[in-house]
Design a protein around this ligand. Structure first.
Ligand SMILES: [Zn+2]
Length: 78
């Protein structure tokens, strides 16, 4: 599993399963289709975006297009 180097230089490990640094995010529109069906965890997982949180500075690295593309990074603003 990949590691993510944060802008603060901390290396976020995502090797643990489950990882305490990883969150899963799904849009409301994508989640809508799960309301009337039996939910298969793997299918739901594949529709989710992986979010890596830096335990050092709190930045969120959102992989909107998979791990082979650069994440969008969000910094705490207050
Ligand atoms: Zn950081």
């Amino acid at each position: 599993m990949p590691k993510v180097r944060c802008i603060c230089n901390y290396v976020i490990s995502l090797s643990e399963i489950p990882s305490s640094n990883q969150y899963l995010m799904i849009s409301d529109v994508s989640f809508e289709k799960y309301f009337d069906v039996e939910i298969k965890a793997e299918e739901l997982y594949n529709d989710m975006k992986i979010v890596a949180q830096c335990p050092n500075c709190g930045r969120l690295h959102v992989f909107y297009n998979g791990f082979d593309k650069d994440p969008v990074v969000y910094r705490i603003d207050n």
